[in-house]
Design a binder for this molecule. Sequence first.
Ligand code: UDX
Length: 433
Amino acid sequence: MRVAMIGSGYVGLVSGACFADFGHDVVCVDKDPGKIERLKQNIMPIYEPGLDDLVESNVKAGRLSFTTDLAEGMKGAQAIFIAVGTPSRRGDGHADLSYVYAAAKEIAENLDGFAVVVTKSTVPVGTGDEVERIIREANPSADFGVASNPEFLREGAAISDFKRPDRIVVGVEDDRAQAVLEELYRPLYLNQAPIMVTSRRTSELTKYAANAFLAVKITFINEIADLCEKVGANVQDVARGIGLDNRIGSKFLNAGPGYGGSCFPKDTLALIKTAQDNESPVRIVETVAQVNDNRKRAMGRRVVAAMGGDARGKKVGVLGLTFKPNTDDMRDSPAIAIIQTLQDAGATIAAYDPEGVEQAKLVLNNVEYCDSPYQALEGADAMVLVTEWDAFRALDLSRVKSLLKSPVVVDLRNVYRPEEMARQGLQYSGIGR
Ligand code: UDX
């Protein structure tokens, strides 16, 4: 099947490359000529494990190509995906749909023969209706369907999430659109991935509900972790103890510095707005967003406390900057608020991150970027682990001890074993243990 993917960012590129890998003919479209030029040279705009190889092999096989020309990219496509950004609108937190609607209008002007326009971008309930209206208005004689097909890709694991999804959610209002999407996803559900067909509005809300629920789960365990510290309990054991209950499930119960990234912060906010506009507030999610926001700076204060309550003139070695490992994404990373809190308290920062430095430079000032974790710890008054990259899991602890000026280690991801740390003579604190 011919597929056009409008928007070659994170979601569009991964989805386009994966569809191509399943044998479809995919054209990825983007307005940014520099990005398209680099993609043609197999230079990825993001860091995602395995993506460059996947793109390269599918381009070689003739199933994947790139263009800035939307009309050309759409030619003969039965499925046209809208995978453009939906950032938080400045001021009110609603999803900014201007890119989605602009894409819909341009698609409308170039429709020729039946095609399904599919929103893959995370969009508020009712966006599909508006996309349909825009296309109908711009091109009254067009033959088309509009579908919703949210993505559930985790950065760093996006390719395997695409190829082995827990489920595929498709929201449609007509049989022809359903048939096209079922055909498109057939290779996946032959692998036993359940495909769920529902109404367009239900599908749109499902995506927000999924992300909000996961944000609730993380925030819940974070608050339990704080309580564990007060009452002398161990959050990892509590998480295991509740997670073994199938009704709860063990995933997303790792206590940490608060969630970040391109999805949870933005999508929880957008859901809160939609719910308020419909006079059906989601108070749990409102609280979660607030608790999570506060938590990030609180983590900075925790480091100050670990250094004896005074950070003035002290140096902190920060390991990990991205919002999670295996990505270069800094969006809403807890590291930003933590580092700013430490700087406000008078500390200087030396940091190491395997992939995130270029992005970090755009959002953080006055940070010394180092070439190795050890370099960041040289002469530091404390080490703080913010992002649990694999490379930090097996640090040489005696070397850490000898590099640090004071032996303070704050582990915001519970990567290290307290007994081992104590054996090395390090003053160690984790989260909720
Ligand atoms: C998320 C969703 O998982 C994905 O389905 C959706 O489509 C996009 O948003 P992503 O933002 O890439 O994916 O990362 P995810 O692995 O979900 O982690 C989000 C944040 O939660 C990270 O900051 C992570 O560190 C944090 N987290 C996650 C925890 O603090 N504890 C956990 O147990 C899990």
